[in-house]
Write a protein that binds this ligand. Sequence first.
Ligand SMILES: Cc1ncc(COP(=O)(O)O)c(C=O)c1O
Length: 382
Amino acid sequence: MSQAAGTAQRRIAVCEPYLGGREAEYVLDCLKTNRISSAGTYLTEFERAFARYCGAAEGIGTTSGTTALHVALAARGLGPGDEIIMPAFTIAATVFAALYVGATPVLVDVEPDTWTLRVDQVAARIGPRTRAVMPVHMYGHPCDMDPLTELARRHGLWLVEDAAEVHGAEYKGKKCGGLADAACFSFYANKIISTGEGGMVVTNDRALAERCRSLKNLGFNRERRFLHDAVGFNYRMTNLQAAIGLAQLERLDEYVERRRAHARRYNELLRDVAGVTLPVERPWARNVYWMYGILVDETFGCTRDELRAALAERGVDTRTFFIPMHEQPVFHGRGLFAGESYPTASDIGRRGLYLPSSTGLTDDEIGYVVDALRDVQATARG
Ligand SMILES: Cc1ncc(COP(=O)(O)O)c(C=O)c1O
């Protein structure tokens, strides 16, 4: 590639929404019918259809993935003195949700290839205060749920999937979101399907669903409005957001196919690049590649951060992997995780980045990204 640094003509975003269906039609319908708040049929239809897609009975739309996590933990009654086991490698929202309800997050390390929590370490961290386990399906790849479910059942623990990143992913032929007692999704703009901002709790537990519905809506009593059963929140998804979500859901399977095709193309083109580890798909998994993540090691020729900067100069937008939770000063200040060690989380947090992963990516763009990466390597190696 002859593209000189800083003169790139092209810009390839790391992840953009893909609004290829009936979004405008449905949103216009909301406007025409004056249904722009959380009261409206698009919301109930989106909740019903998305829950069904996941193999669950109930869906409760929220304002974000973070508030879905919060409302789910609150509805389960988790609070001070309760411990929730979760991976060290995740986004801070997972830990925040535990803190919002006053519970204590307890971390475990992750697998070096799927980047999801290590079930053997979960077993080791179960104690008298443990109440729940929150596996996080990572970057499109599900956690190994069977041994985790077995462990949770044996110890009477509540199991809630953080499924923010895995719309349409499967574990042993079953959709993520239908694999545990409850699951929480995000529909932020960079997610596989989006409502701009938004989230949803899905569950087969009708009593839990009712509590989520009440809590997300100021804890209103069902019979007597303005009487409150609990200190609730306003985490209501709007009909407008749900209208977009429903149109997106209608095409989710197609989006997943596209993302899997992008991953196959990246895998093919990057296979022989030294110093780059590619994402995996375990035999029991259907990875939806929310983000196509790679790990960069010293044999590549430059560091992960140097590679990122050089790709940016060539018009290729990337993101680093998450900074693990035990490396976040904000938690140390609250007496959490300081001095704890999760070597794999730290290692992938330092070496990981994700390449452009949008549903709408073209083969030509993938080719450009890989050429740019190879060019950076050739330049670095002199
Ligand atoms: C694993 C995980 N959990 C929770 C969230 C929070 O979702 P939101 O940004 O919709 O609040 C995200 C967002 O990216 C996420 O990746």
